[in-house]
Design a protein around this ligand. Structure first.
Ligand SMILES: [Zn+2]
Ligand SMILES: [Zn+2]
Length: 214
């Protein structure tokens, strides 16, 4: 994906398709920046990563006709996560965006209609390569931000076909099982309860929670 300017710099012939995709990239980036609150390299990468992932699994209308066919697993909880949410329309509340907190700049796009899944990983060397595109920009983040807009997909990402079995209790739709924890009495839904020594307990009672009651 090249901007008209970048294309001219390189003397490339800009095709009509590229111009159209560039226009939609700009629109998607604008929308994502509005939601996220600022323009940053993570927004550019997240938008491009999402466009690529959706294209690879054959989802072209993620917020419309295809919205029920799509689940995205996101492996990082940083800037790019908001961009992925913005472009795909998937969200935790709709159960269509699953946050797998691996701390990796990667996401997997699942087409429930075709069962095709693609994991897109951001390449580590893209930061280094960014400098080749705009050597005149001294600020590292500004350089990355501009370069990520024009670098080809192959220099930014690695794509792998993967198999994802989405557990039935993780699927969008009506809530499943709802049961009281034998220890704290609080209700747990969607089979997030655990059975230990014949007792049904919530995750907080089973493993210790993230909070301490004062
Ligand atoms: Zn950001
Ligand atoms: Zn409990």
């Amino acid at each position: 994906m090249y901007t008209v300017d970048a294309g001219k710099r390189k003397g490339c012939q800009i095709s009509k398709d590229l111009l159209i995709s560039q226009r939609s990239f700009n629109d998607l980036l604008d929308e994502s920046v509005k939601i996220h609150g600022h323009l940053c390299p993570g927004q550019v990468l997240g938008v491009r990563l999402s466009m690529l992932g959706l294209d690879k699994i054959g989802i072209y209308d993620p917020k419309g006709a295809d919205r029920k066919k799509l689940i995205v697993y996101v492996e990082i909880d940083r800037c790019a996560t908001d961009a992925i949410q913005s472009v795909t329309g998937c969200s935790p509340g709709k159960r269509s965006l699953k946050l797998m907190d691996y701390g990796k700049m990667a996401a997997t796009f699942v087409n429930l209609g075709t069962d095709r899944s693609i994991r897109v990983l951001s390449r580590e060397d893209s930061k280094q390569r960014a400098k080749n595109y705009f050597p005149e920009i001294e600020d590292k983040y500004k350089c990355q931000l501009e370069a990520y807009k024009v670098m080809p997909d192959e220099e930014l990402f690695e794509c792998r076909e993967v198999k994802v079995k989405v557990p039935v209790e993780d699927m969008p739709g009506r809530p499943g099982r709802r049961i009281a924890c034998d220890t704290c009495g609080e209700f747990v839904q969607d089979s997030r309860d655990i059975t230990i020594d014949g007792k049904v307990v919530c995750k907080a009672c089973a493993h210790g929670g993230y909070y301490d009651v004062l």
